[in-house]
Every structure is written in structure tokens, then in C-alpha cells.
Design a protein around this ligand. Structure first.
Ligand code: PFF
Length: 450
């Protein structure tokens, strides 16, 4: 059965795919800019604590449900349900996660399209196509539509090839490329004037803000978004892991890689902002606040690259290629969630299901592009601030309250027969039963009220 459904062929393949889903614009764009505007290292500390103590247990809950169910999110959640109401609840949570993944992809593809056009722009400049270069660098409806569609087609092309030949193969190629570009860019930025000041702002904490509730809400939201929780994506990726694998350590690797890349991206973006400042580019507004995230990425950094002369063309290209790659390894996981459901529920061929869902998502994306002012922020808020924490919390409730403890133990013992003697088994079930739902719920209520 699993061979028919597709399965990751190796531990490394799974780690690259799941880390690829986790590592995205959230790490390379969201995390550094949020850190910079939320007290530097204080945000980093809060993020690390929340990622390991709340997001990792929630990630384990989703991976466990999927690996046990060996099916799409709806079926996997139904398999751990016992009573009829729980099966209805399973449908709501599983299908809700699938919808959430689809809507996240619909706005993510727009931002990724901006990254693609910014990657193409230095190439146009180098080729002497000045008009094209100008068109690529300026916001316009046509440009946004074209590049959003290009990005969605790239995502479809990978997903239509399946788990091993699509997701795994491309994650194994793209993730090392991403790391290589990231380190090269850091090495370059560190040689520039102003970088050390940025490094200090990033790494020296201003602990006065560490208990600021807003900071904690942002850090938890960032951790959930970054680990792709509450979208059924990790349930699906869990369902492609062999029962011979030790899930506890696989989940830990994915969390570590995700946090590590966010941290390393901070070593690039924050010093780069201060290098730009040293070259006379404004990075703070008149009130002393850091400029907004999109201004930093699409105005401050390009201004920095321009100031570097011709080498700036290569640096700018590498930077936006890095962003585009990060976005692509995440978007494939978002598309896989609805596609796997459609293939299994309606017995449809993968290629047809991929194009069908891909076109539907493209229609939503284009609708958002055409109503950027009203819909863009709304869809982001509804998916990342409302649906993701709520659905992530529900998955913890499934593991903590609905799934019978013995059956849960048996499931986690597969690939890890001694798990019942470990600290993980002593702490995690209790943790997902009480701590995760209460803390995630409290943070969610606070973020909605404020
Ligand atoms: N984790 C991705 C990032 O940090 O950019 C975003 C993401 C991927 C969110 C997959 C949700 C998802 F289902």
C-alpha cells in the first residue's frame, strides 16, 4: 500500500523534504525582519524556547498522526478517532488544514513571484535589456500575474512527479543549494562596513522586552508558520515515512535545521541592513522604528546591491535566487496537502489532481493579486494567525485526548522500540495533552483580542 502511495526513499530524503517545507520565506525573510523589529536577540531567545518547547511537540503530534495513518490528513486523523463525533471532528481538522495549506500557497506564490522577478532583474541588466530590467523591478499587475503563475507552474511541475521523483529529489537538490548561497552571501556581507554593528544588534539581547506579550505572540506565530504546523502538511509528510524510522529523532532534526537556518538567515539580513545604512540608505523611519518588512527586502536590500556596482548584480541575483529556492521547497509541501487528498479520495491520477488543484490555487492567487490592498493581508491573517494555531492545537488534542494511549505508544515504538524508557515518552504525551493546548490557546486568544 505504501509503495503505491509513494514513500520517501531515505531518512535524508525525508529530512530534506520536511526541512524544505519548514525552511522558507518565513525563515529568510520573516524571522530576521521580525527579530530586528522586536528587540533583536530577545526575540531570538523567545523564538528558540517556543520552537523547541511548543512547536516541536506539536510537530511530533502531526508527524505521528500521519505516519500511523499512512494516508492523507483526513483519513489519518479519522484512524486515531474512536467515536462518531471524533470522526466528524477529524474531517473538520483534516480538511481545514488542507484548505489552509491551499490558501497559504495562494498568497505565498505572489510573494515568491516577486522573488522570481527580482532574480530575473539582474540578468536582464547584465544582458543590457534596460527596459525589461525596469519592468521587472517595478510593481505592476501584469508582472505580478505572470510571475505568480510561473511560480505556481514550477510547483506543479515538481508535485506532479510524485513523492520520490518530485518532492524528495528536488528537495535534495535545492536545500544544499540554498545553504551554499546563504553561507556565500554571509561571508561577503561580513566583509562590508557596518556589518559588525548589525551583528551586535542581532546578537546582543535587550532583555527588557523578553516578557512583552506581543513579542511572545509574534515568536509563537513565527515558530508555527516556520514549522508549517496546522496545515496538514506535516501529517502528509509523516505519512510518507517508513515505519522503520525513528520519528522522534527525525522530527528533532527537522526542528533543528529550521531553527538553525532562521538563525543563520539573521546573520545575513540584519548585518546587510546595517551595511545599507552605512552606505546612506535609510533603514529606520522618522519615529525610530525599523522600516516595514517588504520595504526592507524590496527597497533597502536592492539599494544596497545597487551601491555595490557590478558585483551587486551577482549578489542581488544570488540573494533573490536564495529566496526563490526557499519558497519553492515550501510551496511544494503546500500543494501536496490538497493533491494527496484528491488523489486518495477521488482515485484521481496524480498528474490530473495536481493540475486541477494548481489551477484552482492560481485562480485564488490572481484574485488576490487583483485586489492586493483588501485581500492580501486578510488571507494572511486568516490563515496564519487564526487557522494555523487553531488547527495545530486541535492536532495536539487528537494526540493528547482522543488517540488511545496504548495505540499511540505502539505507533511511536515503530522504528524506536525503546522509546517507552526515554525522557521523550515520559514528557511528550503529558505535554501535548495539557501544556501545548493551554499555551497555544492562551497565545491565540491574546493575539485575537489585541
Ligand atoms: N514554513 C514555511 C516558511 O517558513 O516559509 C511556510 C509554510 C510552508 C507554511 C508550508 C505552511 C505550510 F503548510
Amino acid at each position: 500500500m505504501s509503495a503505491v502511495r509513494g514513500e520517501f526513499s531515505s531518512r535524508f530524503g525525508f529530512i530534506m523534504a520536511a526541512a524544505g517545507s519548514a525552511v522558507g520565506l518565513g525563515n529568510i525573510w520573516g524571522f530576521p525582519t521580525q527579530t530586528a523589529s522586536n528587540g533583536g536577540a530577545a526575540f531570538l531567545v523567545a523564538y528558540l524556547v517556543l520552537a523547541f518547547f511548543l512547536a516541536y511537540p506539536a510537530l511530533m503530534a502531526e508527524l505521528m498522526i500521519g505516519r500511523h495513518g499512512q494516508a492523507n490528513a483526513v483519513v489519518s486523523l479519522t484512524k486515531v478517532s474512536n467515536k462518531p463525533w471524533q470522526k466528524h471532528f477529524a474531517f473538520i481538522v483534516g480538511f481545514g488544514g488542507i484548505l489552509c495549506a491551499g490558501f497559504i500557497l495562494s498568497f505565498y506564490a505572489i510573494v515568491a513571484g516577486w522573488m522570481l522577478s527580482a532574480t530575473a532583474q539582474p540578468i536582464a541588466t547584465l544582458a543590457g535589456a534596460d527596459a525589461a530590467s525596469l519592468w521587472l523591478s517595478e510593481q505592476s499587475l501584469t508582472r505580478n500575474i505572470i510571475f505568480t503563475l510561473v511560480f505556481i507552474v514550477l510547483t506543479i511541475a515538481i508535485i506532479s512527479r510524485g513523492v520520490e521523483n518530485g518532492i524528495e529529489k528536488w528537495s535534495k537538490r535545492l536545500m544544499p543549494a540554498l545553504l551554499g548561497i546563504l553561507f556565500l552571501l554571509i561571508a561577503y556581507v561580513m566583509t562590508q562596513e557596518g556589518a559588525m554593528e548589525g551583528l551586535k544588534a542581532y546578537l546582543l539581547p535587550d532583555f527588557s522586552s523578553i516578557f512583552d506579550t506581543q513579542l511572545i505572540v509574534s515568536a509563537l506565530g513565527q515558530a508555527f508558520f516556520s514549522l508549517s504546523l496546522g496545515t496538514s502538511v506535516m501529517i502528509i509528510y509523516g505519512s510518507y515515512i517508513s515505519k522503520k524510522e525513528n520519528l522522534v529523532s527525525l522530527g528533532a532534526y527537522v526542528t533543528l535545521i529550521d531553527v538553525f537556518i532562521a538563525f543563520v538567515a539573521g546573520l545575513l539580513i540584519i548585518p546587510a541592513m546595517y551595511v545599507a545604512q552605512a552606505q546612506g540608505v535609510e533603514i529606520f523611519s522618522a519615529s525610530g522604528k525599523l522600516l516595514s518588512e517588504d520595504t526592507l527586502v524590496f527597497q533597502v536590500l536592492p539599494a544596497l546591491f545597487d551601491g555595490m556596482g557590478s558585483v551587486g548584480l551577482f549578489v542581488g541575483f544570488a540573494f533573490f535566487a536564495l529566496m526563490s529556492i526557499a519558497a519553492l521547497t515550501s510551496s511544494i509541501s503546500m500543494l501536496e496537502a490538497p493533491v494527496s487528498y484528491t488523489v486518495e479520495r477521488f482515485a484521481m491520477k496524480r498528474i490530473q489532481a495536481t493540475w486541477l488543484i494548481g489551477v484552482l490555487i492560481a485562480v485564488v492567487s490572481i484574485t488576490i493579486v487583483c485586489n492586493l490592498g483588501t485581500l492580501f493581508g486578510l488571507v494572511i491573517t486568516l490563515t496564519t494567525k487564526v487557522a494555523q494555531p487553531l488547527l495545530g492545537l486541535m492536532c495536539c488534542i487528537f494526540v493528547g485526548w482522543i488517540w488511545y494511549r496504548n495505540s499511540l505508544l505502539q505507533a511511536i515504538q515503530e522504528g524506536n522500540p525503546e522509546v517507552h524508557n526515554t525522557l521523550f515518552w515520559k514528557v511528550w504525551p503529558w505535554y501535548t495533552k495539557f501544556v501545548c493546548p493551554i499555551v497555544i490557546g492562551a497565545v491565540f486568544v491574546h493575539s485575537i483580542l489585541s
